[in-house]
Design a protein around this ligand. Structure first.
Ligand code: FPP
Ligand code: MG
Length: 334
């Protein structure tokens, strides 16, 4: 995504080491799946949020908080990876981060178990911390909300009348609130004040909304080889995201096509799907969604205004910029 600088790059290497140590297992098949997951790496956005949020209040990390931060950063990356392993089973996605998904390389049963294993290792790490009384409920609640969001979104598949309000709520539950919890966890370890924790959550929520909106724009606009995962999956799975919501809302464009889509509840079939995908791309819907993501990023930046201009704040601002920055690389530049 971006280079976080020498201090945070070194911390992320420590996170990688901690994750591979904590995932070591005597079960050969599980270890093979773990190795596959570790080989594909990842952006480590969530660990970075933990580290940067902890540095913001200006408290100096001591050896003890350093260990707690490292374990928390590793735990949130494990939770995130577990959620993606399960999400790829749910979405039946073939590739992730440029590599075959676990359920395609092995099978769904093995992948679900691997996700469960990662999740249990994450909570085991958190349970060793002095701050466990705050961090365990924070993270377990966050995972519950993710499940809640995924379930609600699944229940709305092929419902072409899904609104922007519905969509933003699903995003909050499945993505944003977890990013907010990562920021909050860092703030808790960094001894942030209640007001600072609120600001950190505000930043995380807005960053998460923008992040998911951009992900959903890229599902229409990006080339699969650039993204490292398939494109077009959302419409194919009947998941109604912001670009499509904006198109369906503007009935002036392609009125016959949109009337026909809105009149059914269920799969559209390949021909309709292709026409709809093209209509989304030709309309201004991708641009409108991109502007919405930019407004969320602006709100995320605003939430940081009360913090001193330390390097951690600069990193969080750059992370925010990098989210919408991904759109400049896609064809048509929405
Ligand atoms: C990606 O969404 C998925 C999520 C943000 C959350 C998935 C959450 C769960 C499966 C429940 C929690 C489970 C565990 C084990 C913690 P997407 O499909 O829109 O994004 P994608 O394009 O990257 O697949
Ligand atoms: Mg998915």
């Amino acid at each position: 995504m971006l280079s976080p600088g020498p201090k945070y790059s070194a911390l992320l290497e420590d996170v990688d080491r901690m994750i591979s140590d904590t995932l070591r297992t005597a079960t050969a098949e599980l270890q093979a799946m773990v190795d596959h997951l570790l080989a594909r790496g990842g952006k480590k956005l969530r660990p970075l949020l933990v580290f940067a949020a902890a540095d913001l209040p200006g408290t100096n990390a001591c050896a003890e908080t350093g260990e707690a931060l490292l374990k928390t950063a590793a735990a949130v990356e494990l939770i995130h990876t577990a959620s993606l392993v399960h999400d790829d089973v749910i979405d039946n996605a073939a590739r992730r981060r440029g590599m075959e998904t676990l359920h395609c390389r092995w099978d769904s049963r093995a992948a679900v178990l691997a996700g469960d294993y990662l999740l249990s290792r994450a909570f085991d790490l958190l349970s060793t911390l002095e701050q466990r009384k705050t961090l365990l409920p924070l993270m377990s609640r966050s995972v519950s909300l993710m499940c809640h969001g995924e379930t609600l979104q699944q229940g709305k598949r092929y419902d072409w009348r899904t609104t922007e309000h519905d969509y933003l709520r699903f995003n909050f539950l499945k993505t944003s609130q977890f990013l907010a919890a990562c920021c909050e966890a860092g703030g808790i370890i960094g001894a942030a004040s209640p007001g600072q924790l609120r600001a950190l959550r505000e930043y995380g929520c807005n960053l998460g909304q923008a992040f998911q909106i951009v992900d959903d724009i890229l599902d229409y606009a990006a080339e699969p080889h650039r993204l490292g995962k398939p494109v077009g999956g959302d419409l194919g799975q009947g998941v109604v995201t912001l670009p499509l919501i904006y198109l369906l809302r503007s009935r002036k464009r392609e009125p016959a096509l949109l009337r026909s889509v809105l009149s059914r509840r269920g799969s559209l079939g390949a021909v309709f799907e292709a026409r709809l995908r093209e209509a989304v791309k030709r309309s201004g819907a991708l641009n409108t969604a991109a502007r919405k993501a930019e407004r969320c990023i602006e709100a995320a930046r605003q939430a940081l205004k009360s913090f001193p201009p330390v390097p951690a704040r600069h990193l969080l601002e750059r992370l925010a910029g990098a989210v919408t920055g991904q759109l400049s690389a896609v064809q048509g530049n929405p």
